[in-house]
Write a protein that binds this ligand. Structure first.
Ligand code: SAH
Length: 468
């Protein structure tokens, strides 16, 4: 099967820097499913075409954990797999163009970020769902779609059309986007068995779908087909995408809104400084900030040598983009850059990426979750991820009366589902500690009011085995 990518951007051969494949060479790679070749049938300053040819070995597929075709023995060996673009092509792309798909280019970083005229051509793909579906998948992403169908046999027009089409999509896009769109949409169009689909496919899909899939009008169909109609996976992926689109707790100007109710913009800073110093005192080297928002705490953590692995997670893709900019991740020298990572994820889903941390911060997040989701978060954090220490903050409702601008009975922020009095928070936190084997202590944050306590409540949890 074949995919070609062409550009007329000038100088066109620069696309080789983005793909990390030299236009002057034929490159061959052995994959478990066969062999892949990258070569340039056309390479000049004015136009350049890169070709990815994947030669599937149908016998190897049968021998491996490949498809036991529904058509019995023969279909295992004789099928369209080697010829028509399908999920194997995505697998090969993921291997061969992985750097390009992540948008990194050492030699042409700016070009990687630039929309250029690009055309992708798939000479043969099974458009299951018809030509109309092909358009519905690609056009909302801004592509011009060209399709050429063919009769099964021109001597027998009554046999009708072949399900295979030749597909060309063109647009002004970043190469990274074109590749990730194809990566997700090729298996969706093919809609046959794919040779993946495990739980971590959701993460892959969400990673590749970042920034576009959540808003795609055919999102449901894409997710359903990509995940091979496995209902539970589909449901989870869709709800995580939904979370991306309308993240609970996300509003553009959240910190300032909170600050305005609190009337002391520095309260947020005080809170972060307190959290930082508690985390520092635990001696942790690996820390995760859960619901990291725009990355203010991450910035403080990054400034301290003690922390060699720093992870920020948030459900909101948009917020993470802001965090990435604020932290200037792209400009950090490699040694600094390798200490920190940002991931999209939700505290209401079990996630192996959260395992193995010595300290976790959960700052002003829990009040954005309603009761059933809070119960899930408890298990995700304290039962599954199980950091050694957890530093968690939430507003103290009793203190709200001190904020002159906040009408009685209202929350500090429109998205808060609750704000707890001290006794409520302490009861909750003690219950969590008890159930999951942690000790908990409470410490004040911000100026303490004799009657109403401190504006922010903070609980510090430590695993019992460690404290003992
Ligand atoms: N900790 C940051 C941000 C607090 S605002 C700070 O103190 O500055 C709350 C953050 O929680 C938002 O960024 C929101 O997107 C995130 N959030 C809400 N629900 C979440 C969930 N289920 N999983 C992960 N993050 C979530």
């Amino acid at each position: 099967m074949l995919l070609t990518i062409s550009t007329t951007h000038h100088p066109a051969t620069d696309v080789g820097y983005l793909l990390h494949k030299n236009p002057a060479r034929l490159q061959t790679e052995e994959l478990s499913l066969g062999k892949a070749y990258v070569f340039y049938p056309d390479a000049s300053d004015d136009h350049c075409t890169a070709a990815l040819l994947v030669e599937i070995d149908p016998v190897a597929l049968v021998r491996g954990r490949g498809p036991a075709g529904e058509g019995g023995q023969l279909e295992q060996y004789v099928n369209d797999r080697p010829y028509a673009a399908n999920s194997f092509l995505s697998v090969a792309m993921g291997r061969i163009f992985s750097t390009a798909m992540s948008g990194r280019s050492k030699d042409r970083p700016e070009l990687a970020e630039t929309a250029i005229p690009l055309t992708a051509h798939l000479p043969v793909i099974a458009a299951r769902g018809g030509e109309d579906l092909v358009r519905r998948l690609f056009e909302p992403l801004g592509y011009t779609v060209e399709l050429k169908g063919s009769q099964l046999d021109d001597k027998f027009p009554e046999w009708g059309e072949s399900p295979y089409v030749s597909l060309t999509v063109s647009g002004m896009v970043r190469l990274q986007d074109l590749l990730t769109h194809l990566y997700v949409l090729i298996p969706v169009l093919d809609n046959e068995k794919h040779y993946w689909v495990a739980n971590d496919e959701i993460d892959k899909l969400l990673k590749r779908g970042e920034g576009w899939l959540g808003a795609h009008p055919e999102k449901d169909l894409i997710v359903t087909r990509y995940l091979k109609r496995q209902r539970s996976l589909t449901r989870e992926a869709l709800s995580r995408l939904l979370a991306e689109e309308t993240p609970s707790g996300e509003t553009e100007d959240m910190p300032s809104m909170e600050a305005s109710a609190e009337r002391t913009p520095s309260l947020h800073n005080q809170r972060l400084q307190t959290v930082l110093s508690v985390i520092r005192d635990t001696g942790a080297k690996r820390v995760v900030d859960l619901g990291c928002g725009e990355g203010k705490l991450l910035k403080l953590l990054l400034a301290e040598k003690q922390f060699d692995t720093i992870l920020g997670m948030d459900v909101s893709y948009r917020t993470l983009e802001t965090a990435k900019e604020r932290l200037r991740l792209d400009e950090l020298p490699e040694r600094q850059r390798s200490r920190i990572d940002l991931i999209q994820g939700s505290l209401t889903y079990r996630d192996q990426r959260l395992n193995g941390f010595e300290a976790a911060a959960i700052v002003e997040v829990i009040e954005h979750l309603d009761a059933p989701r809070l119960a899930t978060l408890e298990r995700i954090v304290f039962e599954f991820a199980r950091p050694t220490h957890v530093v968690l903050t939430t507003p103290n409702a009793e203190y709200n009366a001190v904020f002159e601008t906040l009408p009685a009975g209202e929350f500090r922020h429109g998205d808060h589902r609750f704000e707890w009095k001290r006794v409520e928070f302490e009861t909750w936190a003690s219950g969590v500690a008890e159930r999951f084997g942690y000790w908990v202590r409470f410490e004040p944050v911000g100026p303490v009011n004799a009657e109403r306590g401190d504006p922010t409540q903070m609980a510090v949890f430590t695993q019992k085995e460690v404290a003992a």
